[in-house]
Design a protein around this ligand. Structure first.
Ligand code: DCT
Ligand code: MG
Length: 401
């Protein structure tokens, strides 16, 4: 017998608080000879993906291959592995047999082969040999430096540089970001906890409100999706009155700098989403959209506490460096910015792909453009954007694709 486990029904039941008995093999009396088939929609933005991943071994393996592809400048392959991993993350139970995967989207031959190897042999030779390869290890170490991307790392590897020691000996010129990245290497490669993110939220909030009363700060990125750790802390800043946010970023940065909270900062125009995205951006508003990549000096827990007016913490072990991203958005674009900066990266990519391929629309973190009507669609909330896109609303905690 074959039992089709339809994920939309499953997640619907979960949300409504109904017991999901189909998962209980005994209640349903599914015996070993029978198979539970999964069914999921093909775009990640149509699915509810919580942090409760029942297939960690498989998704870790596929994510590692994705990472290796991305570090090797093979983005197409990278996305294919990311999509395959995301499908497995959305399943309501562990995969135990290949036959359960019949009909699932985004599982190409290569991903299926990796899954099969792991189900049958508990490991995939390809994943293990990638993990052990000198090139992958060197790429990981070098791109672990803030400010170093895969191209720079690749160039260094070709020059015989495989680790930090060799880099320091090589006399290679480092830009300001990379120097800071090298200096704070250990701290920046240690996960940021939710408690640390909360402490930084307080500091950022104080900075923002001091320079512009009424301005609002929202924690975005992985922490907004409910993650307990992250590689950085992401914030979106706005003001309820359009235009009041202009010039805010330099003031916030100046405040933080003068209080001794910044080890490094660089403010740039936000450009990562809209470059490839065609017309989904009102160019006149673009100038206002600023991003600050920074490294915070965060006092260790025992050292925080009674209001620090000036950050006088001196000894090296009394603080740690933390990557913090600040983005300022005008209120008219806030919903798009919030949706765009909440992630996950794959969820965002899939939203844009859905908009383009299924709806003839261009979505960016600034706007949504309807190509058929030749006009921008306004939205004051994430819910409205999902509605414009003809998608069921997915809350942040279920965007962990
Ligand atoms: N983002 C995106 N596309 C990118 C980079 C970022 O859509 N190429 C969005 C989605 C997540 C958000 O910006 C913040 O980026 P990260 O901090 O890299 O992601 P994260 O989910 O917060 O991951 P982590 O928890 O490790 O910080
Ligand atoms: Mg983040």
């Amino acid at each position: 017998a074959v039992h089709l486990l339809d994920i939309s029904w499953y997640t619907e039941s979960m949300r409504a608080g109904r017991p999901v008995e189909i998962l209980d093999r005994h209640k349903l009396q599914i015996n070993e000879a029978e198979v539970v088939l999964f069914s999921v929609p093909s775009y990640a933005c149509q699915r509810r993906t919580t942090l409760d991943n029942h297939n960690v071994t498989l998704t870790d393996a596929l994510s590692l291959l994705a990472e290796n592809a991305e570090l090797s400048d093979e983005d197409g392959r990278g996305v294919a592995f990311r999509r395959a991993a995301a499908v497995l993350k959305a399943l309501p139970a562990p995969v135990t047999a290949m036959s359960q995967l019949t009909g699932l989207p985004c599982l190409g031959d290569h991903s299926l082969r990796v899954i099969k190897d792991i189900l049958e042999n508990e490991a995939s030779d390809e994943v293990e040999s990638t993990k052990q390869s000198d090139r992958f290890k060197a790429l990981k170490v070098l791109t672990g430096i803030f400010g170093v991307g895969s191209k720079t790392a690749d160039r260094w590897i070709r020059d015989g540089i495989h680790n930090l020691h060799q880099l320091q000996e090589s006399g290679a010129t480092l830009n300001r970001a990379q120097q800071a990245g090298l200096e704070h290497y250990n701290d920046l490669n240690q996960q940021v906890t939710k408690a640390e993110a909360d402490a930084i939220t307080e500091i950022v909030q104080e900075a923002v409100v001091s320079v512009l009363p009424g301005a609002q700060v929202v924690l975005t990125g992985g922490f907004r999706r409910g993650k307990q750790t992250g590689h950085d802390v992401d914030f979106l800043i706005t003001h309820p009155e359009e235009g009041r946010e202009v010039g805010l970023m330099p003031k916030v940065v100046f405040w933080l700098e003068s209080q001794g909270f910044l080890l490094y900062q660089k403010t740039t125009r936000n450009s990562y989403l809209e470059v490839k995205d065609g017309p989904g951006r009102p160019s006149s508003n673009m100038d206002r959209f600023e991003r600050c990549l920074s490294i915070f000096k965060l006092a260790k827990k025992e050292e925080r506490g009674i209001k620090v007016t000036v950050n006088t913490v001196k000894t090296r072990d009394s603080w740690r460096a933390v990557r913090v991203d600040l983005v300022v958005s005008p209120i008219s674009q806030f919903a798009f910015a919030l949706l765009g900066w909440t992630g996950s990266k794959l969820f965002e990519r899939e939203l844009r792909r859905w908009a383009g391929h299924e709806k003839a629309m261009s979505l960016s973190s600034h706007a949504l453009y309807d190509n058929k009507q030749s006009r921008y669609l306004r939205a004051a909330s994430e819910e409205e954007i999902f509605a414009h896109l003809g998608l069921e609303y997915i809350p942040p905690s279920e965007r962990n694709a």
